[in-house]
Design a protein around this ligand. Structure first.
Ligand code: MIC
Ligand code: SF4
Length: 755
């Protein structure tokens, strides 16, 4: 198969030398890789300003866009309104989130085709119309397919999924965004990002034994926490980085989303050459080799990293221990040798019920091969696995090749269920038997996120994130406290046996193979393609404009909910069963904030309705405020909106009439999504003011009419006993973002500019 968009890649590379020379001159010092890629993709061409990290808003020109089925619906419903004939940059849609894991690939896939036919047809025809490549259900998980086909060193892409960052494994700057951002780029406009700060991670040594690439990011997450990477690009370098495989680098970059990082990346090296050529892209290797010096950080930077990065972390791979992170948050890291004690001290169930391998983080050929080497040993030593086992291969190419090479047969010998090449349990698309009983239990998986209820909807499932080979070992032993480095397992004959460290080919010895990769090319001229949306559909709904700001201060607003603690996008707009409404704004709004904990009663989905004094479900109470024409606000804690890129988490409150979200701090993508949809996303100037908010307060924004960049807003709080207090709110809106607010949304503004 021909390399996708090779001409585009060559054009990007042709500009590199001049762009880098201009950047070098203006910045006046050696450059990191992240800076090179950013400066090479300025919307205005050659650099003439040295941007301030963490401060300057900058316009970029990304090379491509990727979308997955669950977010593409909303992205493309918005794109339809932008009045364009064709997308301005190469773009793709991947059908991967809507497929449930239940009995096994072929039945599950057919079931999904039956159930989601309307949505798949919509995505396939709208892709055809606008010149977008469509990867059919079963083709694979977006990020694995992008890595195998589209990612290229030194490129810049955006994608409507937080794990777009996975493409950093091939030396890209790849960033997760909401659909409205994708619309900007597909419509041929600039894409704006605050110039990131830079975190350097110097890797020394070499992985060995049971340690894998996953452990690097599990360790980094433990160090930096779920918000430590916010607003920053993480750049990995050093001799340890050169020793990692390309898909291993992808794993590390992928889970950079879990520390809130804008993205992560690695310099172009031998591992990338090997991977590009194994995936049929020798021509990309040749093109990249011609400008190789620009596709990695400058030697001076890597020799004296502390002078060039805002923060520096060092990890010695030779000493790194395998980690198991969780439960309920991906940054709670525990080295495998300490897990037994930790679990006992915290009352985490030691019995492992399920081991799941897959997700965009860990579903490469190498991942499956290494995990299979553990399974083979168990079979050979007569061990019946104590937990159930499931696998989602990352792509049809990986699945086909793994089947050909006997890897899947190894798993099948252990009774493993091979699910579809799709997200599956990672996004709650898992029909887990017995989950409704809500029993306290432990599962281990190779995914990236383990927020409450995420995989099976059961709040009592303790999910732990680890490498595929550790998942295999833990599922075989059935014991979370099992340390394969030191412990033995009892086999079926009652003997004590040990598992040797995993081995597995980085790339298939006989090369990759596939019969039907699941790709559908768009029409050359799609102008006659009709995209149908049935008016009575429960799955798809054409969008209406959000109302423009009336130019007045918001007065007499009520509190909808004060959310306490972790409030991720999964809490704001749950996935799993709700994924079916991702193309229907009104229907999906019925899940708004139903997972958030109400700070006043500790319960989820039970808030006071200030019109009646009674309690009700969050969406219902908000619909009552909307019907009565009463504005409302949402209050939240730190890192509000962590996790997904789903803009539904911003569009639902907007649609239902919430006017402002006021929190201690935001996750990057969610904050931008709120701004794009014409919402006020504000932060407490003093964190302690969060405590001042009471359940039956009324709020006045007294100086919204003077909304301006860098100027605080004032919120007057009127308590139920009529006492008043005023607090200050910060915001990060620049001039053009304030225009989005005024117009009612960024899309309204695009439409106004068309007319
Ligand atoms: C996720 O991993 O949470 C998702 C589902 O892939 C999301 C996108 C979505 O909500 O559709 C993400 O990571 O952005
Ligand atoms: Fe899919 Fe999970 Fe990856 Fe999100 S994190 S893209 S749900 S596999």
């Amino acid at each position: 198969m021909a390399v996708f968009d090779l001409d585009m890649i060559k054009k990007v590379y042709a500009k590199y030398p001049e762009r880098i020379a201009a950047a070098r001159k203006i910045v006046g010092k050696p450059l990191t890789l992240a800076e090179k890629i950013l400066y090479a993709h300025l919307w205005d061409g050659n650099a003439n300003v040295s941007f301030e990290r963490g401060k300057s808003y900058v316009d970029f020109a990304p090379d491509r866009v990727a979308m997955q089925d669950a977010t593409a619906q909303m992205a493309l419903l918005q794109f339809m309104q932008a009045g364009k004939k064709r997308v301005a940059v190469p773009s793709t849609v991947h059908a991967d989130h809507l497929i449930q894991a239940k009995v096994g690939a072929s039945k599950d896939l057919q079931e999904s085709l039956n159930q989601n036919n309307e949505v798949f047809n919509f995505l396939s025809s709208i892709s055809n119309k606008y010149g977008i490549g469509f990867w059919k259900p079963g083709a694979g998980i977006i990020h694995q397919v992008v890595l195998e086909n589209y990612a290229f060193p030194g490129g810049m892409m955006i994608g409507t999924d937080s794990h777009t960052v996975n493409a950093g494994g091939l030396g890209m700057v790849a960033i997760g965004v909401g659909g409205a951002d994708a619309v900007d780029v597909m419509a041929g406009m600039a894409w704006e990002l605050k110039f990131p700060k830079l975190i350097g991670v110097k890797l020394t040594g070499k992985l060995n034994g049971w340690t894998s690439a996953k452990d690097v990011i599990l360790k980094v997450a433990d160090i930096l926490t779920v918000k430590g990477g916010t607003g920053a690009i993480v750049e990995y370098f050093g001799e340890g980085a050169l020793n990692l495989s390309c898909t291993g680098k992808g794993t590390i970059c992928n889970m950079g989303a879990e520390i809130g990082a804008t993205t992560s990346t690695f310099g172009y090296d031998e591992s990338m050459r090997r991977y590009l050529s194994a995936t049929g892209r020798q021509e990309v290797v040749e093109a990249a080799d011609a400008i190789a010096e620009h596709l990695t950080g400058d030697a001076e930077v890597y020799a004296n990293p502390s002078q060039y990065f805002d923060q520096l972390i060092e990890i010695n791979l030779s000493e790194l221990e395998p980690h198991i992170n969780g439960p309920f948050t991906p940054d709670r890291g525990t080295p495998v040798s300490k897990m037994k004690a930790e679990a006992e001290a915290n009352g985490w169930p030691l019995k492992v019920e399920w081991g799941l391998i897959g997700s965009c983080t860990n579903s490469s050929y190498e991942d499956l091969a290494r995990a299979a080497s553990i399974v083979q040993q168990a079979v050979a030593q007569g061990i019946t696995p104590k937990a159930e086992f499931g696998i989602n291969p990352g792509s049809e190419q990986v699945r086909y090749t793994a089947e050909r090479d006997g890897i899947l047969a190894d798993f099948e010998k252990m009774g493993t269920k091979i699910f579809t090449n799709a997200c599956g349990p990672c996004i709650g698309q898992w029909d887990r038997e017995g989950a409704e009983k809500q029993e306290k239990n432990t599962i281990v998986h190779s995914f990236n996120r383990n927020f409450s209820k995420r995989a099976d909807g059961n709040p009592n499932t303790h999910a732990f994130v680890t490498s595929p080979e550790m998942v295999a070992a833990l599922a075989i032993s059935g014991n979370l406290g099992f340390n394969p480095i030191t412990d033995t397992i009892t086999n079926d004959k009652g003997e004590q046996v040990k598992l040797n460290a995993p081995v597995g080919d980085e790339l298939p010895k006989r090369g990759f193979d596939v019969e039907d990769n699941g790709y559908q090319a768009p029409a050359e001229d799609g102008s006659n393609v009709v995209v149908a949306v049935a008016p009575d559909s429960s799955r798809l709904q054409l969008l209406e404009n959000f109302p423009a700001w009336d130019g007045k201060n918001i007065e007499n607003a009520k509190l909808l909910i004060k959310a306490k603690g972790k409030c991720t996008t999964d809490h704001i707009s749950m996935a799993g069963p709700w994924l079916r409404y991702r193309g229907h704004l009104d229907n999906i709004s019925n899940n708004m904030l139903i997972g958030a904990e109400n700070a006043f009663n500790g319960k989820a989905n039970e808030v006071k309705n200030q019109l009646t004094g009674g309690y009700g479900e969050v969406p219902a109470v908000q619909r009552a405020y909307k019907a009565a024409g009463v504005p409302s606000i949402v209050v939240g804690d730190h890192n509000y909106g962590e996790g997904s890129s789903r803009e539904h988490a911003a569009m639902e409150p907007r649609h239902l009439g919430v006017r402002a979200v006021i929190v201690k701090s935001f996750a990057r993508i969610h904050e931008t999504n709120l701004k794009k949809q014409g919402m006020l996303g504000l932060t407490f100037a003093n964190d302690a003011d969060y405590d001042k908010i009471q359940e039956d307060d009324t709020f006045n924004f007294v100086d919204l009419v003077d909304f301006a960049p860098g100027k605080q807003l004032t919120l007057e709080i009127i308590h139920a006993n009529d006492t008043k207090e005023s607090i200050k709110l910060n915001h990060t809106y620049n001039d053009s973002q304030i225009e989005w607010f005024k117009a009612g949304s960024a899309l309204n503004l695009i439409k106004m500019m068309q007319n």
